[in-house]
Design a protein around this ligand. Structure first.
Ligand code: SIN
Length: 559
């Protein structure tokens, strides 16, 4: 199928990739070997969760490390819900995908760049970082801006590739799935309705395969280190299209976001604790360590435990933040190992070499998502979900640090090879029977305040009631509120001409409801889901994913 844009109402391609992070761009470069690829991205192509990943890519590279150890660490962090076959496949595929990244031009940091005294041989070795829950140093990194480097390199390769078209300011409104067209029995994804956010015109994109690579949903919470684009669009669209969604109760909170009124959710990488930084709280006028009261690994315990411990200490003491202490390292080491974090902290008056760093937990990573296998295959034909939007079973109830970039590149790669093996022929559906987007009798809104108000309200009650520590009562409160808001938003959606803000709000509300429903459906505490009314894990639920079934019938467009 040729790629034809030229302002046509209908656009055709072999692969439609929604999202421009590591998963989407890895898939684009692979898919370009087989056919035409369009990557749509809602703002600038650079703006995605990948870009903000500081730590790096967990991968077994060192001769002293083993796949078995990485697999065991991943499964231990996942609190009984990892799918062991998926864990094994993804971890073992890591080295080959890392070599691809190097081939594309990524330069991982070598030991010689950090250490003052190394032999010539050691100087050439990868500098491997350590993060919480890992039994070995195994995190490949490019300075402390790994995500930014990955994004820049892959975008450059995609932009040089004549089979790949990147369309910025292009927001997917909804997937086009045949279940909404009464004449078709099978549920097949045929493409998506896509809004050009500069004109707000909506066009029909038809593809042989559609790959969702939209990332996470951190904006569902008031405090998050995710960029503004992370509204859970892919999860919400897939749900409306009939895809199964799983494990949404497992939202990961990163323990250490810089606490400063002017710092917009800046992450202090777990790699800082990997280099020996310890968490402290202020007690009786003194900064004291506290993680020894919670876990033998202290400040490098798995993330769920660290985030809950900080939350508990702050609730108990009424303090505003915890503190990270890495003053045992010299300024010159810190500047070499964490050049970006060092400069960013300095901007806010914190010198890591001499000052404690004020930190707080914030929403970071969605461990649940569109249910897939290791190839990103969903239950909707021709629809794949790759990267953070998907739920392969790698993370279980709690993601091990730096396993997400690994998963994004492995599953992005796998999805293309899986689909290409099935051929690029167009779905057997007559184009004429697929409607273009219509506004029906909707009119322009006269009260945009509804959008801003509901947006703030959802994020606030999700933070207060469905955050790091939950209770039945809080979940019930959240459920009552989201039920009302969802109704109001749906009505608004169909009465008024859709805008980018309205599309995002509707998706955010839908994802919030999925998180609440999944949390209510899990009467136990496991991994990232902690409910004070059920403080322990339920032995009988070991290995059981929570799965949200698809809604039976929901209006997705005007007919
Ligand atoms: C970090 O650098 O702390 C984030 C790494 C991750 O979330 O995997």
């Amino acid at each position: 199928m040729p790629t034809s844009l030229n302002n046509q109402k209908r656009v055709y391609c072999d692969y439609l990739i929604i999202g421009s992070g590591l998963a989407g761009l890895t898939a684009a470069l692979e898919a370009a070997q087989f056919g035409s690829v369009i990557v749509i991205t809602k703002t600038k192509a650079e703006e995605c969760n990948t870009r903000y990943a500081q730590g790096g890519i967990a991968c077994v590279i060192d001769q002293d490390d083993t796949f078995e150890a990485h697999i065991a660490d991943t499964i231990a962090a996942g609190a009984g819900l990892c799918h062991p076959d998926v864990v094994q496949d993804i971890i073992k595929a890591g080295p080959a995908r890392v070599r691809d990244l190097e081939k594309y031009g990524l330069q991982f940091t070598r030991r010689g760049e950090i250490m003052d005294s190394t032999s010539p041989e050691q100087a050439q070795q990868f500098d491997l970082g350590r993060e919480g829950g890992h039994s070995a140093r195994r995190v490949l990194h490019a300075g402390d801006i790994t995500g930014r480097q990955v994004s820049d390199v892959l975008l450059a390769r995609c932009r040089e590739n004549k089979n790949i078209t990147i369309l910025e300011h292009s927001l997917a409104v909804d997937l086009i799935s045949s279940r909404h067209l009464d004449w078709h029995d099978e549920n097949i994804c045929l493409g998506a309705y896509v809004m050009d956010t500069t004109t707000e015109e909506i066009r029909t994109f038809l593809s042989s395969y559609t790959l969702l690579a939209t990332g996470g949903a951190g904006k569902v919470y008031l405090c998050t280190c995710n960029p503004d684009v992370a509204c859970g669009d892919g999860i919400a669209m897939a749900y409306r299209a009939g895809a199964e969604i799983s494990n949404m109760e497992f939202y990961q909170f990163h323990p250490t976001i810089l606490f400063h009124p002017k710092a917009k959710s800046f992450l202090i990488s777990e790699a800082v604790r990997g280099e020996g930084a310890v968490l402290k709280v202020l007690r009786n006028g003194e900064y004291v360590e506290f993680m020894q009261d919670y876990h033998p690994l202290k400040s490098l315990a798995p993330r769920d435990i660290v985030a809950r411990a900080i939350d508990n200490e702050l609730k108990r003491s009424g303090q505003e933040c915890a503190w990270l202490d890495i003053r045992h390292h010299s300024e010159s080491f810190l500047k070499k190992r964490f050049p970006n974090i060092f400069q960013e902290c300095l901007k806010f008056g914190v010198n890591m070499a001499t000052d404690l760093i004020p930190v707080l937990p914030a929403a970071h990573y969605c461990c649940g998502g569109v249910r897939t296998d290791v190839n990103g295959v969903t239950n909707v034909k021709r629809l794949y979900a790759i990267g953070e939007v998907g739920c392969t079973g790698l993370h279980g109830a709690n993601r091990l640090a730096s396993n997400s970039l690994l998963e994004a590149m492995v599953v992005g790669y796998n999805a293309v090879h899986h689909s290409a093996g099935r051929g690029l022929s167009k779905p057997a559906v007559d184009d004429d029977l697929i409607p273009d987007w219509k506004h029906g009798d909707a009119v322009n809104s006269d009260e945009l305040i509804v959008i801003a108000h509901n947006w703030d309200e959802i994020r606030r009650f999700m933070w207060d009631f469905v955050g790091i520590v939950r209770t039945n009562k809080r979940l019930e409160r959240a459920k009552n509120r989201i039920r009302l808001l969802r109704k109001e938003i749906e009505k608004y959606y169909w009465n008024f001409i859709v805008t980018p803000d309205l599309i995002e709000l509707r998706n955010l509300a839908s994802v919030a409801e999925m998180i609440i429903d999944s949390a209510i459906a899990r009467p136990e505490s496991r991994g990232l889901h902690y409910n004070l009314d059920y403080p322990t894990a339920e032995p009988n639920s070991r290995g059981k994913d929570s799965i949200l079934c698809r809604p039976l019938k929901q209006k997705v467009w005007f007919e």
